[in-house]
Ligand binder design. Sequence first.
Ligand code: BGC
Length: 476
Amino acid sequence: LPSLPLLLLLKLQFVCISVQVVKHLEPFRLSLEKLKEVSTRLRKDMIRGLGKHTHHRAAVKMLPTFVRATPDGTEKGDFLALDLGGTNFRVLHVRVMEEEQKMVKMDSQLCAIPQEIMLGTGEQLFDHIAACLSEFLDSQNLKGQTLPMGFTFSFPCEQKEIDKSILIRWTKGFNCSGVEGEDVVKLLKEAIHRRGDYDISSVAMVNDTVGTMMSCGYRDQTCEIGMIIGTGTNACYMEEMKNVKRVEGEDGQMCINTEWGGFGDDGSLEDILTEFDKVVDRTSINPGVHTFEKMISGMYLGEIVRLVLMKLTEKKLLFKGEVSEALRTKETFETKFISMIEDGLENAKKILTELGLTWDLVDARVVRLVCETISSRSARLCAAALATIVDRIRANRGLPHLKTTVGVDGTVYKKHPNDELQKAMHFLAPDCKIKFLVSEDGSGKGAAMVTAVAHSLSKHPHCMMVPPLCFIVRND
Ligand code: BGC
């Protein structure tokens, strides 16, 4: 252990350096007033996204999901659930039991998606998925049965029907050719037919936010918002039908997939974008899109930290001005390092050594300060966006106060301290009392939940009001 005078000296050194470091970090520090402004901008963008004539140029897409109600706990059945959205693809066999009000994951299998497939052709991607599904069905002895299937596809899709979903654009490191503008269910079915060793029956398409809301909604019926802060970020919520101008009908509600990751794509966040955000965007595989997501989610946070550390080193405020080869290399600073470093300086020391850096205690503390700043900005921006949604629900219902539940999933949410998010929410939506319910496998079980209802309703093709859920065919 360092002696007391040495500790004091280190502290003094840290204070001197951090004064300069803080100047560089200033653009990441968003005041509560600024967050309020961001929230106001999002509120306007959400209205634009819902509008029949403004939707096509709206940055926040506000996509109708055709899910018309949250679960009531009476759903049941046996389902397959597919989950594609990150670097893995999962197949699950889920049983929903009405009597015991519970969902049981029977079994599941994980298949990695190698980068060459993430950046290859759509045909390669769907062949890979179909092969993984085949292996799972074999291992479970399920090839003879055709179970209804829920497909959690965590990318922005224009849903035409419950089993017809057109990919608007890839996000989060995927860029397979020939899929944007196409029906994802059709591409999956074609890949399965190319194999010819099994078949599937009905498919219900679900965004992961919707899956999260639905699986949390099964446990807590006041859950009407789903939020993901993971590799990507997004939220969905129950909107009044009369405000969903692109779908006919005035009564009841419909779940809207906001795709808030696209917020700022029209330049509306220019004043809060830092030089580092701009580099992250420019060097990403989808420059110019998903601006908000790039400031918040796990795919990008580590890279933002790396760029800041590089700049501070250039300015001789870190590592005596010496950058290591690893730190110079894109994406070597993983997002998981941020929460590890926030957890304690010992982790910081280990990580800096692994990155080939020569560091001292002051460096370790500066790095922790950088990590805290970037993760706190992410949390505060999420709070601004979530506050916009909860306050919209409150205003929609003409209530002075709203008590509601948000189903949440994603590693960034789960691994980081969330007091920052909660504190900011308190300030930004003072009239709303929010409970956060962490989803247990919302992508898998939520897909099963949506499928459960879609399947039972397939016998009611014109259903408008059949509880607990109803999917209708769009009108535009
Ligand atoms: C996608 C969303 C998804 C979110 C979280 C974003 O990149 O556009 O559809 O919900 O990631 O996975």
